[in-house]
Unconditional design. Structure first.
Length: 131
């Protein structure tokens, strides 16, 4: 991911075991419970032969429920136009897509999804500035 043109110094990667989070330094994700894009593959995903790619706004996100509501008002239509994506807006889940678990092109697919989610960067920054 670090080779992607958009990956700059203000982007962070948190990877532990089967979990991967991608987020910007100002998204309150220092403890992995702010705003981030996330994916993981565990036993359940291997059994289902599918894994999620999500955007979360967890407990460390300022005014979490307000953030999610305002963010979906701003970006919800765009997300729903993306093939396979669903807006959630409950708990900490903002949106999600499930991808088939295909090891042949897994890295490329994942990079493609993070590149798509990255289009939400300006909206996330905009809403966080207002809270």
């Amino acid at each position: 991911m670090e080779q992607s043109r958009w990956f700059e110094n203000d982007w962070e990667i948190y990877n532990t075991g089967s979990y991967l989070q991608l987020y910007k330094a100002n998204w309150h994700n220092e403890n992995q419970s702010g705003v981030h894009f996330e994916t993981y593959i565990e036993a359940a995903q291997i059994k289902q032969k599918a894994f999620p790619v999500s955007m979360h706004a967890e407990a460390d996100c300022p005014s979490q429920s307000c953030f999610i509501q305002k963010f979906l008002e701003l970006e919800g239509d765009r997300i729903q136009r993306w093939k396979g994506y669903k807006t959630v807006g409950e708990g900490y889940s903002v949106c999600q897509r499930k991808l088939p678990l295909n090891f042949k092109n897994l890295e490329e697919r994942l990079l493609g999804e993070f590149n798509r989610l990255r289009q939400l960067e300006a909206g996330i920054d905009q809403i966080l500035r207002t809270l």
